[in-house]
Design a protein around this ligand. Structure first.
Ligand SMILES: [Zn+2]
Length: 79
């Protein structure tokens, strides 16, 4: 159980940066992404920027506001 990948020897573009989200406010890449499962395969993603503390949500690829997230969460709770 000791396979640590030698990232140092790989060319930089070999490391895909898929999933890196840029902050819409400060354009920083230092964002936290949390995937929150709803019903079945539905989920919302919560993003938080560590630079400027901007927070935002996404659902099905589009940005949504907190009210919509709460609405989705409520629907999955109350069948
Ligand atoms: Zn930011």
């Amino acid at each position: 159980m000791t396979h640590s990948l030698p990232y140092g020897v790989l060319p930089k573009n070999a490391l895909r940066t898929g999933g890196v989200m840029r902050c819409p406010r400060c354009d920083g890449e230092d964002c936290i992404e949390i995937d929150i499962g709803l019903e079945d395969k539905d989920s919302v993603q919560f993003f938080s920027c560590r630079k400027c503390e901007q927070k935002w949500w996404k659902h099905e690829g589009g940005t949504v506001n907190l009210d919509e997230v709460l609405d989705l969460a409520a629907r999955s709770d109350f069948r």
